[in-house]
Structures are given as structure tokens and as C-alpha cells.
Design a binder for this molecule. Structure first.
Ligand code: ATP
Ligand SMILES: Nc1ccn([C@@H]2O[C@H](COP(=O)(O)O)[C@@H](O)[C@H]2O)c(=O)n1
Ligand code: MG
Length: 209
């Protein structure tokens, strides 16, 4: 089932499009492995990976007028106003030739969720949720070594608080609609991906072990 991006977003982004898209939201705590598993899903299932955090970091680098505001929000672990992030996501969807997208790290709060639905008319096919204990996520983030300004213990704690207070309720919302596919993300990368593959493989293609 797809959605016409243009249907509810008149004027939001000037690029012309009339495109049907399939969207999967990829959610989970900071460091739960969303980006790592999205890379695997792209390779095996042909989706395009759009990380909201990566789009915001690219916007800072581009010298955009919103750059300083976004940079300050990320350093504080806060959620950037939805209109900024949604415009970046819309543009990325419209500029891409693919019609199926993994949207990683979005929606992060109720405002993100409701605004995206209103502006784009898109509802996710399902929500892939990486469930991981905080101690494991903290260990992974402190060991990530990618030079991220928010991978320090002070900001990590703030990000965990925002996740518990603002992001988990969004996952609960989708759970109440039967849309959440929960993955145990504490296991090694390969084992997590086996569980992910089971979600993406149609029932009629699954073979008994
Ligand atoms: N299953 C796993 N076991 C051990 N380490 C992992 C696993 N999955 C990912 N990692 C490592 O943990 C770190 C965080 O992973 P990743 O960047 O994929 O998380 P994320 O959910 O995208 O985080 P963020 O929300 O901060 O962007 C990386 O260094 C990655 O290599
Ligand atoms: N919907 C979003 C997603 C991210 N942010 C900000 O970016 C930071 C990093 O996000 P990652 O997914 O790459 O971990 C996040 O802590 C937020 O500051 C956002 O505002 N809205
Ligand atoms: Mg990530």
C-alpha cells in the first residue's frame, strides 16, 4: 500500500512530485542499532535509508540559516521543531528515485508524528522498533567513535530522558494500532539482523528451519 506524497502537502516543498511511497519508521533508543540495521536492510531489501539525525547534521554543514539552532538542539539532546525535520525528509523522498524508504529516528515525539501525517498524508506500513537496555546503549554510544558532538555522557543522559518521555509514547501509539514489529536489539549485529529479515520476508517466502 502506498501514499501519494503530494496529496496533503501543498506548498510545503516546492519540488514537483506525484509519487506513491512506502514508508517504514525505524525507532528505538539512542544507540540501539537503528543505523547499523538500516544499512543491512538497504543491502538486502532495496529500501532507501533516510536518517532524520543525518539529514539534520547535513543541514548544519550546508550553512543553512537553521544550522546554529539545529546544532544547539542536538548538543542538548533536544528535538528540533517538526517543520524543519519534515521539510528535510520530504525533500529527500521527493528527490530520490526509489519508492520505498526507511525513516530512521523519526517520529521522535507526538508533534513529529502528527505533523508528518498532516503534511505528507503518509502513514507507515509498520514501525520497526529496536528494544535495547539503556546500559547496553550507553556502552555502544560511548564506544561509537564517529566524532558526534552528542556522544558524550552528559548529552547521552539527556537523550535517554527525551527518549523515555517523548519517543516511547509514539511507539506505544503505533503499538496500539498493531503496527509495531519489536526486535530484541541487545544481541550481536548478525543475530539482530536475522530477526529483522523475518519481519521483511513475506510469510509465503519463509522456509522452515
Ligand atoms: N547489535 C549490536 N551489538 C553491538 N554493537 C552494536 C550493535 N548494533 C550497533 N552497534 C554499534 O553501536 C553503535 C551505535 O549503533 P548505531 O549507530 O547503529 O545506533 P543508532 O540507533 O543509529 O544510534 P543513534 O540513535 O545515536 O543514531 C555503533 O558503534 C554500532 O557499530
Ligand atoms: N526526528 C528527529 C531526529 C533527530 N533529532 C535530533 O538529532 C539528534 C541525533 O539524532 P540520531 O537519530 O542521529 O541519534 C537527536 O538527539 C535530536 O537532537 C531531532 O531533533 N528530531
Ligand atoms: Mg543513528
Amino acid at each position: 500500500m502506498g501514499t501519494v506524497v503530494e496529496s496533503a502537502n501543498q506548498g510545503a516543498v516546492s519540488l514537483p512530485t506525484n509519487k506513491k511511497v512506502t514508508v517504514i519508521f525505524v525507532l528505538g533508543g539512542p544507540g540501539s542499532g537503528k543505523g547499523t540495521q538500516c544499512t543491512n536492510i538497504v543491502e538486502h531489501f532495496g529500501y532507501t535509508h533516510l536518517s532524520a539525525g543525518d539529514l539534520l547534521r547535513a543541514e548544519i554543514k550546508s550553512g543553512s540559516e537553521n544550522g546554529t539552532m539545529i546544532s544547539n538542539m542536538i548538543k542538548e539532546g533536544k528535538i528540533v521543531p517538526s517543520e524543519v525535520t519534515i521539510k528535510l525528509l520530504q525533500r529527500a523522498i521527493q528527490e530520490n528515485g526509489n519508492d520505498k524508504f526507511l525513516i530512521d529516528g523519526f517520529p521522535r515525539n507526538e508533534e513529529n508524528r502528527a505533523a508528518f501525517e498532516l503534511v505528507t498524508g503518509i502513514e507507515p506500513e509498520f514501525v520497526l522498533f529496536f528494544d535495547c537496555p539503556e546500559a547496553e546503549m550507553e556502552k555502544r554510544l560511548l564506544g561509537r567513535n564517529q566524532g558526534r558532538e552528542d556522544d558524550n555522557i552528559e548529552t547521552i543522559r539527556k537523550r535517554f530522558n527525551v527518549y523515555m518521555e517523548s519517543s516511547l509514547p509514539v511507539i506505544e501509539y503505533y503499538n496500539s494500532k498493531g503496527k509495531v514489529r519489536k526486535i530484541d536489539a541487545v544481541k550481536p549485529v548478525g543475530e539482530v539482523f536475522e530477526a529483522v529479515k523475518a519481519v521483511f520476508t513475506p510469510a509465503n517466502e519463509k522456509v522452515a528451519a
